[in-house]
Design a protein around this ligand. Structure first.
Ligand code: PEP
Ligand code: MN
Length: 345
């Protein structure tokens, strides 16, 4: 309350809080009174407490997200990706390596990338059929034809597929072909898309908005969870800072911060964070060491010919180094490597 608030002002606030079933605890200091509220936070919103006479400020102490918070669900969650008999876990007990081309370009390029990914130890294939490009003149992706290529490469390799959806109208067709829907950095706060993805009945990989705070990101996850879908995996992919040496700045501290606040798994995308292939291995090592639940990495059989993000795609020596890191480092931080779960159901 402001220093000049009267006893009547305080009594009025208490009365308003009690009128919606809340409890108000008044703490009187020498010059200021503080009122602590306990009860249903949504009902307090409707009171417009800031507008009441004598109220100086209102601070929310509990987190604004519920379903994705650890207050709601103390144990960290595992999300399963893939179809019955061929499912891959992402969660606290394993380290999950996902890899593939930035964009699906041709059946051959996608299959070759998938085989590179698989032989490096990846258990989930990534690849964009719908590309959210900064320029409308840049390659936009193959659309449904790309989804069909991904589905046939899944058949050939056994790798479940994650692919991005950029428009709510495409959610049904993407969900029909893919095992996991990706929402990219540019769409993290596209609430209609989040809701549509929440309704699709498939796990969702939610990338952090490039200018989003962790709280905003968790609120975006809450949009999906609120539709009844708690199979959400978060992906830290770098944020915009003043530093031009990398495309984005990988916010490595987001990993333990998110793990303390939310039960959802969190993985790291070192490729889109760095935008440069020479940083992908060191950043992947950092992601494993900090306790990430997985990584998602761009690979391409011919990066110089890639239609999207060639400079960050791995092959050859770098991919071998990454495979070595993924094989050896998770155990050093107490994790096994994710493998395909062949149980049914
Ligand atoms: C991607 O993973 O292909 C992609 C476009 O990533 P981001 O949304 O993080 O830029
Ligand atoms: Mn890309």
């Amino acid at each position: 309350m402001s220093p000049d608030a009267t006893d009547e002002d305080v009594a009025h606030v208490v009365e308003r809080v009690e009128s919606v079933g809340g409890e108000a605890f008044v703490s009187k200091g020498l010059s200021r009174t503080i009122i602590g509220l306990v009860g249903d936070i949504e009902s307090f919103h409707h009171l417009n407490l800031r507008t009441l006479q004598g109220v100086a400020d209102v601070h929310r102490i509990s987190s604004p997200y519920k379903l994705v918070s650890r207050q709601h669900h103390a144990e960290r969650s595992t999300v399963w990706v893939g179809q019955a008999g061929n499912r891959v876990p992402i969660g606290p007990d394993t380290f999950t390596f996902m890899a593939g081309p930035c964009a699906v370009e041709t059946p051959e390029q996608t299959l070759e990338s998938a085989l590179m990914a698989k032989s490096a130890g990846a258990t989930i294939l990534r690849g964009g059929a719908y590309k959210p490009r900064t320029s409308p003149y840049a390659f936009q992706g193959l659309g449904v034809a790309g989804l069909e290529i991904l589905a046939s490469v899944r058949e050939a390799t056994g790798l479940p597929v994650v692919t991005e959806v950029v428009d709510a109208r495409d959610v049904p067709v993407v969900a029909e072909h893919a095992d996991m829907l990706q929402i990219g950095t540019r769409n993290m706060a596209n609430f209609g898309l989040l809701q549509a993805a929440g309704d699709a009945g498939k796990p969702v990989l939610l990338k952090r908005g490039m200018t989003a705070t962790i709280e905003e990101w968790l609120m975006a996850a809450e949009y999906i969870a609120q539709r009844g879908n708690l199979d959400v995996v978060l992906c830290e992919r770098g944020i915009r800072t003043f530093e031009p040496a990398t495309r984005n700045t990988l916010d490595i501290s987001a990993v333990p911060v998110v793990q303390a606040a939310s039960h959802l798994p969190i993985i790291v995308d070192p490729s889109h964070a760095a935008g440069r292939k020479d940083l992908v291995v060191p950043l992947s090592r950092a992601a494993i060491a900090v306790g990430a639940d997985g990584i998602i990495v761009d690979v391409h059989p011919e990066p110089e010919k890639a239609l999207c993000d060639g400079p960050q795609a791995l092959l050859g020596q770098e991919l071998r180094e990454l495979a070595q890191a993924v094989r050896t480092l998770p155990a050093a931080v107490g994790r096994g490597q994710a493998s395909v779960d062949l149980r049914r159901g």
